[in-house]
Structure formats: C-alpha cells, structure tokens
Ligand binder design. Structure first.
Ligand SMILES: C[S@@+](CC[C@H](N)C(=O)[O-])C[C@H]1O[C@@H](n2cnc3c(N)ncnc32)[C@H](O)[C@@H]1O
Length: 274
C-alpha cells in the first residue's frame, strides 16, 4: 500500500519510523512518503496561507498550493470526473483530509482504508484548507474523506494523520505478527469493548488474577471473557450496546445483559426503564 502525507511539518511524521508501522515501511509492506507542502509554493517566502475571505481571525491554507501538490500526488481519476470518457488504467487514490468538522473516524474507516492501494493525507494548519480543495478533488473523480479523530480541536492535521495511519496500517496483512490478536479487539466485528487482560505474576500488590484464567478450562475462559466484554461495554459505552445485533447474541449473552439492565424490545436492545 502507498501512503503520501502532505504537511508543512514533515518532522512531525517521524514517529512513523517506529514500532510496527516503521517495520512495515522497512519491509516494503507500506510505502509511506512524507512531503513538505512548501515544495509546491512558487514565491520566495514559500507562502502556504492567506487571510480569510469574509474576514475573521486566523489564516487559511491556499487552494493553489494544495492544488499543485495534489495534482502531483493523486493519479488522474479513472474517468476524470466524466463517466462518459474512456477510463484510464490507473489505480484510484483516496484523499483523506483530517478536520474537526469531518465525520468521526472509527475502526470501520480504518478497515475501509486498509483495503486501498493508495491513500493521500492532506494535513491542514491554521484555520484549515480552503474548502475548494476537497470540492475540486471530488469533482475530478477522486474519493475524498474529511475525517475527524474526535470532538476537540488540534493545531494541525499531523497528529490525526498519525492516528489514522497507525489504525489502518496495523490492519494490513503482515503488519501485526499474530493476526488473531486483531480478532477480539475492542470495536471489532462483535461490536464490544475488549475484556480485561492480565499477565504474570498471578498475585501483584495484593491483587489476584481472576481464578478462571488460571484454570486452563477454555470454554469457561471464553464465557468469562465474553461476560466481561459485555459488562464493560454496558458500563462504559451503552451506545454500543444499543447498536448490538440481537441475532448475534446467545442465551447466555442475553442473560448477562438482562442482569446489566438491558432487554430486547422490538428487535433491539434497550435499557430497562428505572
Ligand atoms: C486549528 S485546526 C482548524 C479548525 C477549524 N478552524 C475548525 O474550527 O473546524 C487546524 C487543522 O488541524 C487539524 N485538526 C484539528 N482538529 C482535528 C480533529 N479533531 N480531527 C482531525 N483533524 C484535526 C485539521 O487538519 C485542521 O485543518
């Protein structure tokens, strides 16, 4: 998979040389290139921003500079935005624009991005990127996702780019050593948070590991973990319980949820009224 990141602070992305993503880069699983937006400026001050039309505080990133960068990095869209034209034989790319006003980035976005062959991430600064840049890329036939990593405002898109690249990069085949470790994680297909995890020593500072985990009884361990995942999700993320697919729950799941104050009503889980 190829990933291009465009930023005015390329050094910010140095963390992508570390850990599993760094290893994936070195092994060639991830062809990750970081670019300085200022390389596409044409003036001697290497200007990337200007004052906002309509007035107001702060500066806005110029569309012409971003346009030149994206023209170089996004291959021509298959139909150039014109479905009637003969398609060119190019691999389409997906433009990701981190922004606090975007759709909230979730594991589902990470899974979808992990299937792409080419992702370009455009990191904004100041008050953000002139809105015509995303509009222009869409009109040219590119897939564009404006994504937020949460309901707060950062100074720039670099941290968001790190978050998203780590989230989708670890889903690429071969990046995480044991692919089974991705199966039961929080926010996976079960729609639950992960159960609590423990390691040695079995007794630490007076705290014992739950006895069932030392029993070697696989069925009991599996059931205990499932119950813990349900209980933790109900306590911390009731919104996720309300979204669970009832058909994917067994009798024991429903009994645990009933104890936690949830029951099935009209095909959906609902909290039992106080
Ligand atoms: C100071 S912010 C701009 C905020 C913008 N004026 C607004 O209120 O929506 C500058 C840049 O940081 C990045 N950014 C800030 N918060 C973000 C978030 N929650 N998720 C993703 N990117 C974010 C975006 O790239 C944005 O263009």
């Amino acid at each position: 998979m190829r990933v291009d990141v465009v930023t005015i602070f390329p050094d910010y992305l140095a963390a992508l040389d570390l850990s599993l993503v760094g290893k994936a880069r070195r092994s060639g699983l991830l062809d990750l290139r970081v670019h300085d937006l200022r390389d596409w400026t044409t003036d001697r001050h290497r200007t990337v921003d200007d004052t906002p039309f309509g007035g107001g505080a702060g500066m806005v990133m110029r569309p012409d500079v971003w346009g030149r960068a994206l023209d170089d990095l996004l291959p021509a869209a298959p139909d150039g935005g014109h479905a009637d034209r003969e398609p060119a034989h190019v691999e389409p790319a997906h433009l990701v624009v981190p922004t606090p006003s975007g759709e909230v980035f979730t594991q589902r976005h990470a899974e979808a991005l992990a299937t792409e062959s080419h992702v370009v991430v455009a990191c904004g600064r100041y008050e953000g990127i002139d809105a015509r840049v995303a509009e222009h890329a869409r009109a040219a036939g590119h897939r564009v996702s404006e994504l937020s990593i949460g309901d707060y405002v950062l100074n720039g898109g670099e941290v968001a780019a790190l978050v998203m690249i780590e989230a989708f990069g670890r889903l690429l085949p071969g990046v995480v050593g044991n692919p089974h470790s991705l199966v039961e994680e929080s926010h996976g297909s079960a729609g639950l948070l992960e159960y609590p995890v423990y390691t040695k020593p079995p007794l630490w500072e007076g705290h014992e590991v739950p006895e069932v985990l030392l029993s070697g009884h696989h069925a009991r361990i599996e059931r205990w973990r499932r119950d813990q995942a349900l209980a933790r999700t109900a306590a911390r993320r009731p919104d996720m319980v309300a979204e669970l697919d009832v058909d994917g729950l067994d009798k024991a799941d429903l009994a645990v949820l009933a104890e936690l104050g949830w029951r099935v009503d009209d095909g959906r889980l609902r909290p039992v009224a106080e």
